[in-house]
Design a protein around this ligand. Structure first.
Ligand SMILES: [Zn+2]
Length: 146
């Protein structure tokens, strides 16, 4: 991730502030809320020792519970070798892959859905998220073929 200067009198978002927001949101997620947000009912979760197993929403498995959610460090990975979620990463990365959106858009969506107080975000952090999502949406418009 690189620093994003949003220009036009907007905030200059440095990498540190962005990483801190990502870490704060990721660690703030309760696993049941995450699963519900993806659209899974909590009863679809199976506890296995320290982790939870669910059907993988990335490769859309409805037979095996290949997706491992680790509440200790809020990370996930899919046990299916051909799945895009095979490499372990954090919950925000899971949402990026499930919803096929950019990271700033995912952050903006979850903060809108749960409210900034759920993740204990400051007013300044919320403003930074607003700037980041604006840039991400502009980039998406540019990348889209006419
Ligand atoms: Zn998968």
């Amino acid at each position: 991730m690189v620093g994003t200067n949003t220009g036009k009198g907007g905030l200059t978002v440095n990498e540190g502030a962005y990483s801190a927001i990502c870490a704060q949101i990721n660690s703030g997620f309760e696993i049941q809320k995450l699963v519900q947000y993806i659209g899974w009912k909590p009863d679809k979760m199976v506890r296995s020792g320290d982790v939870y197993l669910v059907h993988c929403p990335i490769h859309q498995d409805s037979v095996f519970r290949t997706l491992v959610l680790n509440p200790r460090n809020n990370t996930y990975h899919c046990k299916h070798v051909n799945c895009a979620g095979n490499r372990p990463s954090d919950f925000l990365d899971l949402l990026v892959k499930v919803f096929n959106k950019s990271l700033p858009e995912v952050i903006h969506d979850v903060v809108t859905h749960f409210g900034p107080e759920y993740f204990r975000l400051s007013t300044k952090q919320v403003a930074i998220i607003g700037e980041l999502v604006k840039v991400a949406r502009e980039q998406r418009l540019i990348e889209k073929p006419a």
